[in-house]
Design a binder for this molecule. Sequence first.
Ligand code: CP3
Length: 348
Amino acid sequence: MDMPDKPFLRALAGEAVWPPPVWLMRQAGRYLPEYRIVRAQAGDFISLCTDPELATEVTLQPLRRYGFDAAILFSDILMVPWAMGQPLRFAEGEGPLLEPLRDSAAIGALEVDRVVERAAPILETVRRLSATLAVQHQRTALIGFAGAPWTVACYMVDGRGGGEFPHTRRLSYADPALFARLIRTVSDATVEYLLAQAENGAEALMIFDSWAGLLPPAGFRRWVIEPTAELVRRLRKRLPEGFPIIGFPRLAGPMLVEYVARTGIQAVGMDTAMDPRWAAANIPAKVALQGNLDPQALVAGGPGLEAEARALLAAMRGRPFVFNLGHGIVPQTPPEHVAALVRTVRAG
Ligand code: CP3
C-alpha cells in the first residue's frame, strides 16, 4: 500500500505523527444543537441511520465545527442484528430494545445472507461521505465500524443495555455450544458488513467491544480475543494489504496485551480507566494507541480539561497515537469545550 498522507492514516500505519490526529467517539450526537434538529426531523433513530442524506449530514456536522482528522460513519453497532432481522427499537430515554434471543430456533432464524442488502442505505451513506470528504475535508479519513461479536451478542441475548447483561453471561456458561453458534453467526454477518463498508469508501475499520470487561480471563479469551482474531483474519484475507483495523476492547485491563498480540490489530483504543503510560510500556511501539480522555473532563472544561489533555499528550509523545476520549462524548458536553480541546491537541 502507498504511504497514506492523511495524518490519521499515517498514525495508524505506525508513524508518531505530532501533533497527533484527533477525533472523538460519538462526535456526531445530541451535544450538538444542529444534530438535535436533524434528529427531530428524522423521527426515530433507525430512520436517521438508514436515511443517506440525513446520516451524511450528521456525520459531517462535527467536521464543519472542529475539522477533526477522522469522520465516523453515523450508524450504530445494533444495525447488524437489525439487518439480520431481529426486531429493534430505540425507546426515548431507555436506549436500545431488542426482542431477546435465547434459543436455537431464534438463532437459526437470523438472516445472515441478507445483511448487506438490508444495509444498502448505510453503504450509500458511506459512498456519499467518501465523495464529500475528497472535496471538502481532504485531511479527514473515513472510519467504518461494527460491534465486536461479544458486545453485539450482549444486546441480542439480553435485549437491552444496562451494563450487566446477566442473561448473556449465564448463557455463555450454561450452553457454550449454543452461544458459540450465536457468536459465529454475528461474526459471519459482521465480516460481510465491514468489507462492504471498506469497498464503499471507508478507509479504516473500528471494532467496538464495549462490554469486553465483563468477562473473566477464560471468557475474555474465548469470547473476545478468539472471535476478534478470527474476524480480523477473515477481513485481512479480503482487504488491501495494510488496511487499518482498530480494536476497542473496553475495560480489558492487562488483557489488552494478549488481545493485541493475538489479533494482530494495528491500533487499539484505550478506555478511560487505562493508564496511558502502562499502555505505552506494554503495547508494541508499532501499534497505534487511541484514547482516552475522560468524557466528563470534557464536560467540565477549563483548566481541569487542559491539564488532563496535556498529561495525555505527554504520555503519548513519540509513539503512534490518535487523540480521543476513553468512551463516547456525553450529551451534556458544551460544544465550546470541544473546540478548546482541539486547540490544545493541535498545539501539541
Ligand atoms: O459519532 C459516532 O460515534 C458515530 C455513530 C455511533 C453511534 N453509536 C450513534 C448513536 C457509534 C460508533 C455507536 C456505537 C455504539 N452503539 C456502541 C459502541 C460504543 C459505546 O458507546 O460503547 C454501543 C454500545 C451502541 C449501542 C447504543 N446505541 C446504545 C447503548 C445507545 C443508547 C445510549 C445513548 O447514548 O442514547 C445507542 C444510541 C445512539 N447511537 C445514539 C447515537 C448518536 C443516540 C441516539 C439518539 O440520538 O437518540
